[in-house]
Design a protein around this ligand. Structure first.
Ligand code: PLP
Length: 458
């Protein structure tokens, strides 16, 4: 193997590469961690450190690294037909085959897919489809899409607007008109502004939080609201697992007002919650599902939107919908997705997650609740999150300036583990292929990182 000169690469990286979501002052000071190879559930950096990937890359490498069938599918397709588009009455075989397979594995209301290359583009697509749907229905005034604070739906103008990240809205005059946000279903955060909620059970709180949707609909005017969008579990917001009562109540409210429901499955899709799609865990029947990431296990970019029959019948009534991307239905990306889904089916990974891996992860991860720094360690399927607290007995949290999450993240890396920090929350989304011994490794490394963090903050 050629010797990698880490310092030289870091210098070039800092000089020329504008990274996504990165503090470039910090990057220039510390240099990037350069990842050079991966196998199974581990990655290696340029200094040859082996690190357990507790985040599946970026919530995407669901089937783990080094899956030869995905590599073979890409190679074969590149040799046969590396690209052709699907515009103007042309099509390509892998895109057709994948559309058929997606129609089989998604809930019954879905028989059609629109392809993109990312989650952001998929949500942009939805915004246009929702508006087109109501225009075609003769309800042109129905324009507003309701989302949630601290939601993440991507980085394009529509994606960032649909998302509820204030840090993103502040840079670039977002959200665009017609998108509004309600509070998220996160009790710990909600009581800061609404102390009267503190005695509610989780289930009671779920109904209250869903009720904020109805309040917003009535405030805007029920004939002006087009759709509601949400992640089944908010991922980038810090793995906020909603109360069990939340999503069924959201569904009831959407049905009551005839509002379209969009389930952003970019993280929760493709087995992450122990069902093929997150809406199946939550008990909703969305009109749209957006996906990306896990569809190819991140081996190659592909995104898309599943569009329900109810919507297809309206939008395509007159034939065309003027929308599309050069790479919609990219043959190589679709071939890799086909190989990925077929591998998932062959290994029966969704049932394995549901009946074995996720319950084991739950038992092990939630045991961290005994740590003096940890409150509220919870998992659902193969995502988990915990809150770092300053004083556990008095339930006092850290201040933003304490930077406790980033301190803990650093200790995770030092102990050979990727965990992500979101404010005072530490989160995981490991590959679905993790075996019990990988989960043991994850938890023992996490505990060491927590111990080291405790020393730093005490
Ligand atoms: N939606 C959700 C729920 C996501 O988590 C993400 C990315 O993390 C996106 C959309 C955007 O996807 P992409 O980064 O592929 O554009």
């Amino acid at each position: 193997m050629t010797q990698i000169n880490t310092a030289a690469l870091q210098k070039l990286d800092s000089a020329h590469y504008l990274h996504p979501f990165t503090d470039h002052t910090d990057l220039a000071k510390k240099g990037a961690r350069i990842i050079t190879k991966a196998q199974g559930v581990h990655i290696w950096d340029s200094n040859d450190n082996q690190i357990l990937d507790g985040m599946s890359g970026l919530w995407c490498v669901n089937m783990g690294y080094g899956q030869q069938s995905l590599v073979d599918a890409a190679t074969k397709q590149m040799q046969t037909l590396p690209f052709y588009n699907s515009f103007f009455n042309t099509s390509v075989e892998p895109a057709i085959e994948l559309a058929t397979l997606l129609s089989e594995i998604t809930p019954p209301q879905f028989n059609h897919v629109f392809y993109s290359s990312s989650g952001s583009e998929s949500n942009d697509t939805i915004l246009r489809m929702v508006r087109r749907y109501w225009d075609m229905q003769g309800e042109k005034q129905r324009k507003t899409i309701i989302s949630r604070k601290n939601a993440y739906h991507g980085s394009t103008v529509a994606g960032a607007s649909l998302g509820g990240m204030t840090g993103m809205h502040e840079q670039g005059d977002l959200p665009i008109p017609g998108i509004v946000h309600i509070e998220q279903p996160y009790l710990r955060e909600a009581v800061k502004d609404k102390p009267e909620l503190k005695d509610l059970s989780e289930d009671e709180f779920g109904i209250v939080a869903a009720g904020w949707l109805e309040e917003k609909i009535l405030e805007i005017g029920k004939d002006k609201v087009a759709a509601f969008i949400g992640e089944p579990v908010q991922g980038a917001g810090g793995v906020i697992i909603p109360p069990k009562t939340y999503w069924p109540e959201i569904q009831r409210i959407c049905d009551k007002y005839g509002i379209l429901l969009i389930s952003d499955e970019v993280i929760c899709g493709f087995g992450r919650l122990g069902t093929w799609f997150g809406c199946e865990t939550m008990g909703t029947k969305p009109d749209f599902m957006t996906f990306a990431k896990g569809v190819t296990s991140g081996y190659i970019p592909l995104g898309g939107a599943m569009v329900s029959q109810r919507v297809v019948d309206v939008i395509y009534k007159d034939g065309d919908f003027n929308h599309g991307y050069t790479y919609s239905g990219h043959p190589v990306a679709c071939a890799v997705a086909l190989a990925n889904i077929k591998l998932m089916q062959k290994l029966d990974i969704v049932n394995t997650v549901k009946n074995d891996t996720a319950p084991y992860l739950k038992k092990m991860f939630e045991a961290l609740n005994d740590h003096p720094l940890v409150a509220d360690a919870q998992t659902l399927g193969m995502v988990g999150g915990l809150v770092l607290v300053k004083d556990k007995d008095k339930n006092i949290g850290f201040d933003d300036d304490d930077n406790v999450g980033m301190i803990c993240r650093g200790h995770c890396f030092d102990n050979g583990l990727v965990m992500r920090a979101v404010g005072d929350r530490m989160i995981i989304a490991p590959p679905l292929t993790m075996a019990h011994d990988n989960i043991d490794e994850l938890l023992s490394k996490a505990r060491k990182a927590l111990d080291a963090t405790l020393k730093d903050v005490s």
